[in-house]
Design a protein around this ligand. Structure first.
Ligand code: AMP
Length: 397
């Protein structure tokens, strides 16, 4: 029987899905409903069938998630699902791996809402609707945070009153776990070695950005913290900054906590520095002589280099550095600037390989570099589908 797995990513105003036949890991259908709750909603679907691939694009308003799900399930028909895998952003400390969803799991995801108020409620809504519509189909939750539950206390503790952790769960959790896990496995395959034998640094550089240090295949440090705001400079998030800035703004400009949170998450990062969070547009502006756009690129790369240096020190010995995400996969200039000057630390980029454009995973290191460098397209949905299948076949955990 065909093993069909549906992956759902239910966000606050959009729902993305992908339907896989896991026997050959083929994508049977994929799509997106966006601007849910707005007057001008949109839906895109790409469905493969006996007569080839059908593409559907609709402008239609979707009043709520339920209506959007009804629409998606209407397009998919009855695909005879083996399981549904749900992306869930925050699993707190309870979830170290994917889990089969039951009432208890739902309550635990609900309990983590204060840690991810923007994401967990819409993830949960997707789970609840899918459970109502597919009562007999096993449903699995795959958490962005789970991969980083192997962090040692020195990496996950903040130097704040212990009570903040004990009573309020204030600690570093890390995110982008499925992406880091996926590219680490691909890197191990490319190197022809078991993941458990490798020390890696994986760089996810997209609109969100994070870097992870893996010792013997397990995450031992990562740049995002209690929330995805910490760490690298991102499209619209500041990354690391002095927390006193928040109190200073409150005192001097009268800005409230909510407004500062919005500014740091949505108006900072590359956008805050130069007005755009689209790296392609920033390169264009810089090429046209815009110094602030060049500063944004320089700051973006400088922060990454600081973290690479830190993680080389954390790991002691590193086998490979991996670039992924929209920028990591497609931007040779950023990769070059990130690696420049790190040759003495073992990172030697081959300029020719770095410039070559292709869709597949490729090595980018020169022949003398002791640390391998890879460009690996991430595939979070496939990783969620694989983890979902493993969870229903072999049990979770
Ligand atoms: P993601 O969030 O992974 O989709 O990545 C989005 C980021 O990737 C945006 O900053 C895009 O400008 C950037 N990006 C996508 N394609 C390219 C490209 N060919 N060159 C440079 N940046 C790119």
């Amino acid at each position: 029987m065909q093993k069909s797995i549906l992956i759902l990513n239910s966000g606050s105003s959009s729902i993305k899905y992908k339907l896989y036949d896991m026997d050959g890991e083929f994508v049977l259908a994929s799509g997106l409903v966006e601007r849910i709750g707005e007057a001008a909603g949109k839906a895109y679907h790409r469905v493969s069938g006996e007569n080839g691939i059908r593409e559907i694009e609709l402008s239609q308003s979707f009043t709520d998630h339920r209506q959007a799900f009804d629409h998606i399930f209407g397009v998919l028909g009855n695909p005879g699902l083996s399981a549904i895998g749900h992306r869930v952003v925050h699993g707190g400390e309870q979830f170290h791996c994917p889990v089969l969803i039951d009432d208890e799991v739902i309550e635990a995801i609900r309990a983590n809402i204060p840690l991810a108020p923007l994401h967990n409620p819409s993830n949960l809504l997707g789970i609840e609707i899918a459970r109502e519509l597919y009562t007999d189909t096993p449903q699995v939750a795959v958490f962005d945070t789970a991969f980083h539950q192997t962090l040692p206390a020195v990496a996950w503790c903040y130097a704040v009153p212990r009570e903040w952790y004990e009573r309020h769960h204030v600690r570093r959790y890390g995110f982008h776990g499925t992406s880091h896990a996926y590219v680490a496995k691909v890197a191990a395959r490319l190197m022809g070695r078991p993941l458990e034998s490798l020390n890696l640094i994986t760089l996810h550089l997209g609109n969100g950005a994070s870097i992870t240090a893996l010792r013997e295949g397990r995450s031992v440090d990562t740049s995002m913290g209690m929330t995805p705001l910490e760490g690298l400079i991102m499209g619209t998030r500041s990354g690391d900054l002095d927390p006193s800035i928040v109190f200073y703004l409150e005192r001097t400009c009268g800005l409230g906590a909510e407004e500062v949170e919005r500014l740091l998450n949505h108006e900072s990062g590359l956008k805050g520095i130069c007005g755009s969070n689209d790296m392609r547009a920033i390169h264009k502006a810089s090429d046209a002589g815009d110094h602030i756009a060049q500063l944004a690129i320089d700051m973006f790369c400088y922060r990454i280099r600081k973290y690479i240096g830190a993680y080389l020190a954390v790991l002691g010995k590193v086998d490979a550095l991996v670039f992924t995400g929209g920028i990591g996969e497609n931007d040779p200039l950023v990769r070059e600037q990130v690696c420049k000057g790190l040759e003495g630390l073992g990172l030697v980029l081959d300029p020719g390989k770095n410039q070559r454009r292709c869709k597949e995973s490729t090595s980018l290191h020169g022949s003398h570099g002791p640390i391998a460098i890879y460009r690996i397209p991430t595939d979070e949905e496939l990783e969620i589908a694989r983890q979902t299948l493993t969870c229903i076949e072999d049990g979770c955990g």
